[in-house]
Design a protein around this ligand. Structure first.
Ligand code: MOS
Length: 733
């Protein structure tokens, strides 16, 4: 059954009453100006001490009695036929307990899995790999995206073109638009392959007990891993138990049972003992996913007033043997334009497969579009921020542009002198967008114990954003108790189902289920309290650690006393996450401002400060939300200035698969980051929470590239903006 509610929704300066139809057993969505006691306050992570002291149990830390260590043999060739694999010498090595073949007839990238062993120590496992004899027939290969498009190029997949089918989006008519344009800018922009570099590498510990498989896994999706393994080993899902207590990052690369997880389970079965298989760093770079590169031919047309009249994108991107390289999202979203055409094509190469990576496609699309916008602004002799304001597609972002410009000091900085000796300062701004709405599916359990503790259980996982904290906060809010009384248990498929942590959906998918479960538990507690207070349950509320008659705070009984009256041991209630309501707005905006200093003698770029303005519906915990902004910005600095997977053209092998040679932004590269949030009461769920992890990474590299252009007066249209490219741009080499 459903009921109608009218709620105050919107954002500063734009609030209205909106009627929503919600299920009967749903709490009314938190609305604009709702007075909340716990939600919205800065709270230290409930598991922060565990992490800081190194006692939080990551998959890497799992040790079982009799556990073996797995290792994977990988192809040294980027393309080869596997004629035979001889495991006999490896099997004879003392301490080796199992050796298996992957069974691929052809390998298509250097680093692809060929065979694996399990042994009593990691050292013996590695020695055993050296004893495996593989007879390869090397085949012609192609690793360069441009080469791969030539008719003469070796085929990555036999009988299939290296150029994928085009994905075309068309609105209006770009040709008409360009005919009306007063200014047109066209250029080609490129971005490199970026790897995820999760601090905890991929891997698992697998244990069989009869036909029961238990897997401790570094994953973003415990239920996805469960289902993948159930299919693969032909087991009912309840025979597979997946545990991820803590997870050292994933960024999109850890959604299912990848080869290393499957191999761990196969080795454990073959050896009759548990097997731990965590990837070495090099394999992590080579074989577990990446952000595809991009070649983007961008054409923008605008009227004299700066109004965009046409946007055109021709894009090619290579995710190696994987697809999904498109980058058109920002072109269709950030700015209002009647005529838009985007065409994306995947190009296949003999390189490790792509996987989703933090706002797949968007940082690369945003970089090219936003730098092109700056080049167009210069042609139009228009202020860059003004050009964006005139074409901005989102009313929340309009507010964010104003707020960000003020805090960043855009106007003062625009007028400041650019040159200080051989250093040039510049500023840039870029728009962000995302759609972290979450989805239906999660189910939560809330349990109150007689000692007054409340435990929330839900089968989600914490990718690193502080999920336990925000779930406990939501439950504490609903039950009117302090945060310390509530704990959240997650990361186990024995709890009720939840969705994978991807698409910035963890907070928006799980908080509504937890709030509903807590509300149902509250109903039960109110029924226990009612006779204690001589009142009707409907007249009661739970606040400030008490259950009391609404409007009569002195007629109260403590939450602890109510819990003491729970019959037997505990009281349990469940909640589920319904589909999103129509709400107020279902998109997310955001924008980031960056200031850089470019040394025109050395070509080095330093990011001085970043102001990031974002909206994510209701912010549950500003402290952990700011952490996500910091992470997104720091990762964006790496994408802008440093990161690039390099393959050797002769051998097709990755030459920088270490954290020394694959350069990430480090502490010295990290500027002052100011995170600002614009609160939007969106009413799409009972909490109104949207995701943040991806939105905050979309615009950083773009803002930095725009700032470099401002500093040196020449656009560097190719990421990463390395010193050689800067020096070439300023004419030094
Ligand atoms: Mo994300 S790329 O959906 O983890």
């Amino acid at each position: 059954m459903a009921r109608n509610v009218t709620v105050r929704l919107g954002f500063e300066g734009n609030i209205s009453d909106v009627r929503l139809v919600i299920p009967d057993d749903e709490p009314t969505p938190w609305q604009w100006g709702e007075p909340l006691a716990v939600v919205g306050r800065e709270m230290a992570r409930v598991d922060g001490a565990l992490k800081a002291t190194g006692t939080a149990p990551y998959t890497y830390d799992v040790e079982l009695p009799g556990m073996l260590y797995g290792a994977i043999l990988r192809s040294p060739y980027p393309h080869a036929r596997v004629r035979s694999v001889d495991l006999s010498a490896a099997r004879r090595l003392r301490g080796v307990r199992a050796a298996i073949e992957r069974g691929e007839a052809v390998v298509r990238f250097a680093g692809q899995e060929v065979a694996a062993v399990a042994a009593v120590s990691p050292a013996i496992a590695n020695d055993a790999l050296a004893l495996i004899k593989v007879d390869y027939e090397p085949l012609p290969f192609v690793i360069d995206m441009e080469d791969a498009q030539k008719p003469s190029a070796p085929r990555v997949f036999a009988g299939r073109a290296n150029i994928g089918a085009p994905a075309v989006f068309e609105a209006g008519n770009v040709r008409d638009g360009f005919e009306r344009a007063a200014a047109i800018h066209q250029a080609v922009y490129t971005t490199p392959v970026q790897t995820h570099v999760s601090l905890e590498t991929h891997g698992a510990v697998a244990r069989w007990e009869g036909d029961q498989l238990t897997v401790w896994c570094s994953t973003q999706g415990i239920f996805t891993v469960r289902d993948d393994l159930a299919v693969l080993f032909n087991l009912p899902p309840d025979k597979v138990h997946v545990i991820t207590a803590f997870l050292g990052g994933g960024f999109g690369s850890k959604f299912g049972a990848g080869p290393e997880v499957v191999i761990a389970a196969q080795l454990a079965r073959a050896a009759g003992a548990p097997v731990k298989l965590m990837l070495p760093r090099a394999a992590e770079h080579v074989a577990t996913g990446n952000r595809p590169n991009s070649w983007q031919q961008v054409k923008l047309g605008a009227g004299r007033d700066g109004q965009l009249v046409a946007i055109e994108l021709l894009e090619r991107g290579s995710g190696g043997i994987g697809g999904g390289a498109g980058s058109a999202g920002p072109y269709r979203t950030l700015y209002r334009c009647a005529n838009i055409r985007t065409e994306e094509r995947d190009i296949y190469t003999n390189a490790g497969p792509s996987s989703p990576m933090r706002a797949p496609g968007w940082p690369q699309g945003c970089f090219a579009l936003e730098l092109a916008m700056d080049e167009l602004a210069r042609k139009l002799k228009l202020d860059r921020l003004e050009l964006r304001r005139r074409n901005n597609a989102n009313p929340v972002r309009a507010l964010e542009f104003e707020l960000g410009a003020k805090v960043f000091n855009w106007h003062e900085k625009s007028r400041a002198p650019k040159a200080l000796g051989h250093r040039r300062r510049g500023i840039g701004v870029a728009a962000a967008a995302w759609h972290g709405l979450g989805s239906a599916g999660p189910q939560a359990q809330a349990i109150a114990y007689r000692d007054g503790r409340v435990v929330i259980q839900i089968g989600t996982q914490d990718i690193g954003t502080g999920t336990r904290s925000i779930l406990a906060m939501v439950a504490a809010e609903e039950l009117g108790v302090p945060l310390r009384q509530v704990s959240a248990e997650i990361g186990d498929t024995r709890y009720l189902f939840s969705v994978p942590s991807g698409g910035s959906s963890t907070a928006p998918s799980n908080t509504p289920a937890v709030r509903q479960a807590a509300a149902h538990l509250k109903d039960k507690l109110l029924r226990i309290a009612a006779p204690m207070l001589g009142a009707d349950p409907a007249s009661l509320e739970a606040r400030d650690g008490t259950i009391r008659v609404r409007g009569q705070p002195s007629r109260a009984v403590s939450f602890a006393d109510v819990c003491r009256s729970i019959p037997a041991d505990s009281l349990c209630a469940q909640g589920e996450r319904p589909p999103n309501y129509a709400g107020f707005r279902t998109d997310q905006a955001g924008c980031q401002f960056a200031e850089v200093e470019v040394d025109v003698e050395t070509g080095a770029v330093a990011v001085l400060n970043v102001t990031a303005v974002h909206d994510a519906g209701r912010i549950i915990n500003p402290l952990t939300a700011r952490s996500q902004v910091n992470g997104g910005v720091i990762m964006g600095i790496g994408f802008a200035l440093f990161e690039e997977r390099r393959l050797d053209p002769i051998s097709g092998v990755m030459v920088n698969p270490t954290m020394d040679d694959y350069k990430l932004a480090g502490p010295l590269d990290t500027p002052e980051i100011t995170a600002l949030f614009v609160e939007v009461a969106n009413g799409v769920t009972n909490t109104g929470v949207l995701g943040l992890g991806e939105a905050v990474h979309v615009a950083t590299a773009a803002a930095i590239a725009c700032a470099v252009y401002d500093a040196i007066g020449v656009p560097v249209r190719s990421l990463p903006i390395t010193p050689d490219k800067v020096l070439a741009a300023v004419g030094k080499v």
